[in-house]
Design a protein around this ligand. Structure first.
Ligand code: SF4
Length: 387
């Protein structure tokens, strides 16, 4: 049995719920259609067993955030959610004001369910809206329509929810700028505290990826995609959203604290099938096969966790660099040097000079950061730091 030892006092906790109503056409996340809802009870019990063991292994840990992601965690009923969160608070210290987020599909929410979520301790919701147009939602294979989104938003406001995110996707095959901006404007009109704006990226094994490979669908040109993102940045800035991470915007003070931990290369504990943890310089991954994960935790004879890699100092430094550059504030060069013992400006002198001259990177007030043009090409630039 691999035991995750941790001496640090604070962590973020990620809990993976890998079930969805059906698989979306573009999805390559670890999720599967829920065929038998009674399986949620078995999975919940396995999670509870895992939380108890991890709690005993880490008695001094305090949690700054909990994030229930998936999959579709809003498929869990009140009893299941309550027992998971109660076990967490029994086994760990949840710091006052801790962010407790849950990802939800608008098709799974109603008045009662939303009230129950607040009652069990969820204080932030992230809705997978993706688009405000039914034809786009159908293309993506989502189970909800625009009407369901608007109904959910009405309920959120009626119940006084202030801290909620809407996920949107742009760059759909056949999408025009005008339609994308209409979706974005409708999203802003819903008064969310946070917006995540993602470019559609397709893996070939997904149904949409296959349609693109077979010529049935055509992705947009990169220039069009860039223009959509550029217009979104400009529009959201005008609506007083802070752009704080390449794909994430928020009203002042509403950053997602849990995700900030990832971008700041801080430690987190992942629970559930396939969940990853990053603790004391090592990455651990839980058994991704659902039955094996549940069986292992039922019998207690074996534990569903493997060490994926113990990272060298250099690997940790590169991780800190790649993740930190995703933040719009960039990397504080002095703090980075203190933490990782590396002066980035000397270590990557040529790469930085090259991308500064291309207008993609900049150094401002001791921070290395992407320019606006650099955000869109960030993957290309970040790749240079890895190789
Ligand atoms: S709801 Fe999210 S996790 Fe589930 S299949 Fe769709 S994109 Fe994937």
């Amino acid at each position: 049995m691999i035991s995750i030892i941790n001496n640090s006092t604070t962590l973020g906790m990620y809990i993976h719920i890998p079930f969805c109503i059906k698989k979306c056409n573009y999805c390559d996340f670890f999720s599967l259609p829920l065929q038998d809802s009674s399986y949620l009870d078995k999975y919940t019990q396995a999670l509870i067993n895992e939380i108890k063991v991890r709690g005993q292994q880490m008695p001094s840990v305090q949690l700054e955030s909990i994030y229930l992601g998936g999959g579709t965690p809003s498929l869990l009923n009140r009893r299941q959610l309550k027992s998971i969160l109660q076990t967490v608070t029994n086994e760990f210290v949840l710091l006052p004001g801790a962010e407790v987020s849950l990802e939800a599909n608008p098709a799974t929410l109603d008045n009662v369910k939303l009230a129950q979520m607040e009652e069990v301790g969820i204080n932030r919701l992230s809705l997978g809206v993706q688009s405000f147009f039914d034809d786009e939602l159908a293309l993506l294979g989502r189970v909800h329509n625009a009407k369901a989104v608007m109904k959910t938003i009405e309920l959120l406001h009626a119940q006084g929810w202030k801290n909620f995110n809407l996920d949107l996707i742009y760059g759909l095959p056949g999408q025009f700028l005008d339609k994308w901006m209409q979706s974005l404007k409708r999203a802003v009109d819903c008064s969310p505290s946070h917006l995540s704006v993602y470019l559609l990226q397709l893996e070939e094994e997904t149904p949409m990826g296959k349609d693109v490979a077979d010529g049935w669908l055509k992705m947009l040109d990169e220039d069009d995609e860039w223009y959509m993102f550029d217009q979104a940045m400009e529009y959201l800035e005008g609506k007083e959203f802070e752009h704080y991470e390449i794909s994430n915007f928020c009203k002042p003070g509403y950053e997602c604290h849990h995700n900030l931990r990832y971008w700041q290369a801080e430690e987190y504990l992942g629970l559930g099938a396939g969940a990853v943890s990053f603790i004391e310089g090592s990455r651990y991954v839980n058994e991704p096969h659902l039955k094996q994960y549940v069986d292992a935790l039922s019998t207690g004879e074996q534990w569903p966790i493997d060490e994926l890699e113990h990272m060298s100092g250099r690997e940790l430094m590169i991780d800190g660099l790649i993740l930190g550059l995703r933040l719009c504030a960039g990397i504080d060069l002095e703090k980075f040097k203190q933490r990782f013992g590396v002066d980035i400006t000397s270590e990557y002198k040529e790469i930085i000079a090259y991308y500064r001259s291309n207008g993609l990177l900049n150094i401002v007030n001791g921070h290395l950061k992407f320019t606006k043009a650099g955000y869109f090409l960030s993957n290309q630039v970040l790749y240079q730091f890895i190789t």
